[in-house]
Design a protein around this ligand. Structure first.
Ligand code: KIV
Ligand code: ZN
Length: 516
């Protein structure tokens, strides 16, 4: 059995299917570069047929990444496959990933297809994809709830048709570690040509078991796992890359394989994904949460000081924790700024974008003496947001709050260059400011989630605000950062409004499937 475990990262595709996590081409390329430094094997960059934007994002990743295979998702329709192949064609190494559902409930209620039709569509899709590349992955969506007999026929047929990787997803996060382990062992044993393909697990986290289920699958012979940074993904998310990688690395006594991941890049990647998507990492999250290596209790601290391994099974520095270094300050020049950005994987192709980020850095450094990597990531995200041709822009704002008085906000926005102002009161300053913005814009959107995080430690930290809004069933996240959290809140709201009011609709890959 192979001793190499392939890490297939789907942060840019399945991760992006989380409500409000849609990414731009620039953001996808930036995350892809971080994934390349992390040394994942395969980057699933998107679903090219979904929209022109996603097509270009996949193309951008394919043209940038040199050291990973770049993959695009498609349904079984020829149109989907051709579009994915076109988007991927400049990648030094490409993979086409085609899928169709095989469970009775999906075939009947969603596809309205008979099992034999699904089988035929799967074979045709793999053959079509093989016309473009010899690296073809087939996924049997909802495999875990599929009939074993039928699934074995599909798997055998797609391998015969040329699939080199067969992915059997737990699409709805229904499996348990022991049943998933048995499931993979049996399929691999029963399918006569199973040695001609690599088997892959793709587990969702609805019962909080995605990582445990993926590890069970590895023990049963699976040699590719599909996962995402921070466990981002549909509903409760996908299996978390950092947890799988560190479990396999730390427990080499229990696994017969390992990855090529450079674990020291994990934290940087996690922070980047969190900033870009607007999904904060919970403090007690394994590996990348702020408390993951913090020893609060006296007994633990005493033990760790005497002998680290009393309470630590991994070294914080091995996953990229390096005691919050101050990286830049007020006196740092343009060169130091650009160099540090490059070191954390951020490059500006256009000089004017670098200039505008540098100007904002100087403004920030005037207010905050110590600038950390996290500040830089938030600043860059914020600069891109402000310069992204947003049609609604924050021009000025003022808020007032006093004990016993009703909070008040006055906001001026420019909509397509036309300045409008409003004043409102509210339960707090944020509430008042949001009411003022809404009275100018009249979006009708409702706020579903509002969160403020201190980007670094200390009361001079920048506040990073994520706001999720919904309108007509569409959900988007807005992001804003500032040392003043009310300003950060309004920036985040304006960012979300720009997306919900003006961005184009994208198709969801699993909402419907077409047949060739
Ligand atoms: O969860 C799932 O089944 C998927 C497939 C499209 C691979 O994401
Ligand atoms: Zn999935």
């Amino acid at each position: 059995m192979e001793d190499r475990l392939i890490i297939f990262d789907t942060t840019l595709r399945d991760g992006e299917q989380s409500p409000g996590a849609a990414m731009t081409q620039v953001e996808k390329v930036r995350i892809a570069k971080a994934l390349e430094r992390l040394k994942v094997d395969v980057i699933e960059a998107g679903f090219p047929i979904a929209s022109q934007g996603d097509y270009e994002a996949v193309q951008g990743v394919a043209r940038t990444i040199k050291d990973c295979t770049v993959c695009g998702l498609c349904r079984t329709a020829y149109e989907d496959i051709d579009r994915a192949a076109e988007a991927l064609k400049d990648a030094p190494s490409m993979r086409i990933h085609t899928f169709i559902a095989t469970s009775p409930i999906h075939m009947k209620a969603k596809l309205r297809m008979k099992p034999e039709e699904v089988l035929e569509a799967a074979i045709k899709a793999v053959k079509r994809a093989r016309q473009y590349t010899d690296n073809v992955e087939f996924s049997a969506e909802d495999a875990i709830r599929s009939d074993g007999e039928f699934l074995c026929r599909v798997v055998e047929a797609v391998i015969d048709a040329g699939a080199t990787t067969v992915n059997l997803p737990d699409t709805v996060g229904y499996g348990l570690p022991d049943t998933i382990g048995t499931f993979f062992r049996e399929i691999i044993e029963r399918v006569p040509n199973s040695d001609k393909a690599i088997f892959s697990a793709h587990c969702h986290n609805d019962l909080g078991l995605a990582v445990g289920n993926s590890l069970a699958a590895i023990k049963s012979g699976v040699r590719q796992v599909e996962c995402t940074i921070n466990g981002l993904g549909e509903r409760a998310g996908n299996a978390s890359l950092e947890e799988i990688v560190m479990a396999v690395r730390t427990r080499q006594d229990a696994f017969e394989c390992d990855t090529r991941i450079d674990t020291a890049e994990i934290l940087n990647c996690s922070r980047l994904v969190s900033t870009i998507t607007g999904f904060p990492v919970q403090p007690n999250k394994a590996i990348v949460g702020a408390n993951a290596f913090a020893h609060e209790s006296g007994i633990h601290q005493d033990g760790v000081l005497k002998h680290r391994e009393t309470y630590e099974i991994m070294r914080a520095e091995d996953v990229g924790w390096n005691s919050n270094r101050i990286v830049l300050g007020k006196l740092s020049g343009r060169n130091a700024f650009r160099t540090r950005l490059k070191e954390i994987g951020i490059e500006f192709p256009r000089q004017e974008d670098l200039n505008s980020a540098f100007k904002r850095f100087k403004e920030l450094a005037d207010r905050k003496s110590e600038i950390y990597d996290e500040d830089l990531q938030a600043l860059v995200k914020d600069t891109e947001t402000m310069t992204a041709n947003e049609r609604i822009k924050l021009v000025a704002m003022r808020t007032e709050s006093e004990t016993g008085e009703i909070p008040f906000a006055a906001v001026t926005l420019a909509i397509d260059g036309d300045e409008r102002s409003s004043e409102e009161s509210g339960d707090g300053q944020v509430d008042a400011a949001y009411s003022a913005v809404e009275s100018i814009v009249g979006s009708g959107a409702t706020v579903q989630l509002y969160s403020v995080n201190a980007i670094t430690t200390g009361t001079d930290s920048q506040g990073e605000v994520i706001v999720r809004i919904e309108r007509g069933g569409r959900i988007v996240n807005g992001h804003g950062a500032d040392t003043d959290i009310i300003v950060a809140s309004v920036k985040a709201y304006v960012n979300a409004l720009n997306k919900i009011m003006f961005a184009v609709h994208r198709e969801h890959p699993q909402a419907s499937e077409l047949t060739p």
